[in-house]
Design a binder for this molecule. Structure first.
Ligand code: ASP
Length: 333
């Protein structure tokens, strides 16, 4: 008989650990409860796996970034390297869950399941979504089919790849979706379904070197276009310390004609430009964008501006070919 799965839960805060003054108050404080508090309301989890937990942070994820991601990645790596551990679940705020999941996907190389989850409603809400999400995340992590798939996010009954997960709503419990690919699977209490064989999404573990404190991750700005915008902030910026820029362009990567010479000049000066889009489901291909894809100008393919900024920063710090890196996000395997 296979031994009982053992899942480690690493708490980082977020709304899943949030509390409000009343069950009907939209305002609340994130990151108030410990992993032990979260587990108290889901005693049935003991039937799914043997659980151990640790509280790494108690943060609203708006305040998380590369320093916290590195510490989180090292903590996960250490837990996952223990022979008796089946996988690791991370409870996380939803506001920067996309970036954290992508960072972990790009830097961790374990085959064990790493699953992030959170909630849209605080633990004190009339009908909190956190307990079910955490239950499902552990269930996915403990599933016999979960290994070798790269980092995953489980929200609202869906299993989403870190490469494709996007947050599309500020409040609704179905805020998270997968774009452009379909979810990897679905999870219902007691049942877990994966729709494909075990394959890791592209670039899994490709930037493991970024976990070293000596590696500097260059800051990458995002410039958001809007009709009638003067772009004065972009044009007046001091670029001496900067290496990359992501443009959240229109539609398929269009930008106003007036901006084209300035962006080409920045690219000529050695700033790497990635063109993404401000729309919800991004498709920016070399043939659809206003600029020409060439040295220092790259189409983001299906990555949104904030995920593009993270990937660009990692690619620049690792000295990788940026166009080839973004191109490879389109291919599985
Ligand atoms: N601001 C919260 C956070 O990201 C939102 C959430 O978790 O849903 O920590």
């Amino acid at each position: 008989m296979p031994s009982e799965p053992k899942v480690v839960i690493v708490g980082t805060g977020g709304t899943i650990a949030g509390r409000a003054d009343s069950a009907t108050n939209l305002a609340y404080s994130a990151g108030q409860l410990s992993v032990a508090d979260l587990l108290e309301v889901i005693p049935d989890l003991a039937n799914v796996a043997q659980i151990s937990g640790q509280n790494l942070f108690s943060l609203n994820s708006k305040d998380m970034g590369p320093d916290q991601w590195r510490l989180l990645a090292r903590t996960i790596s250490e837990e996952a390297s223990r022979k008796d551990v089946t996988g690791v679940v991370v409870t996380h705020g939803t506001d920067t869950l996309e970036e954290a999941a992508l960072f972990l996907h790009l830097t961790l190389s374990t085959d064990k399941p790493i699953v992030l989850t959170g909630s849209m409603r605080p633990a004190t809400a009339l009908s909190p979504d956190g307990p079910a999400n955490l239950f499902h995340a552990v269930q996915v992590c403990a599933s016999a089919n979960a290994s070798g798939r790269g980092v995953m996010v489980v929200m609202n009954g869906e299993i989403l790849s870190a490469l494709h997960v996007v947050k599309r709503h500020s409040i609704a419990t179905n805020a998270f979706t997968s774009s452009p690919a379909r979810p990897l699977g679905r999870v219902y209490s007691g049942r877990t379904f994966f729709f494909s064989d075990s394959t890791k999404a592209a670039l899994a573990g490709a930037f493991g070197g970024a976990l070293s404190n000596d590696v500097v991750l260059p800051a990458v700005d995002i410039h958001y276009v809007a009709a009638g915008n003067s772009h004065a902030d972009l044009l007046s910026r001091d670029w001496t310390e900067r290496r990359g820029l992501v443009i959240a362009g229109f539609g398929c990567g269009e930008i106003p004609d007036g901006l084209v010479p300035e962006i080409n000049r920045l690219a000529d000066d050695g700033i790497t430009i990635v063109v993404s889009s401000r729309v919800a489901d991004v498709v920016v291909l070399p043939e659809t964008m206003t600029l020409t894809e060439e040295h220092h100008i790259v189409a983001s393919r299906h990555l949104n501006p904030h995920k593009s900024a993270l990937l660009l920063s990692l690619a620049l710090s690792a000295g990788k070919d940026v166009a080839a890196t973004f191109m490879s996000t389109d291919a599985d395997g």
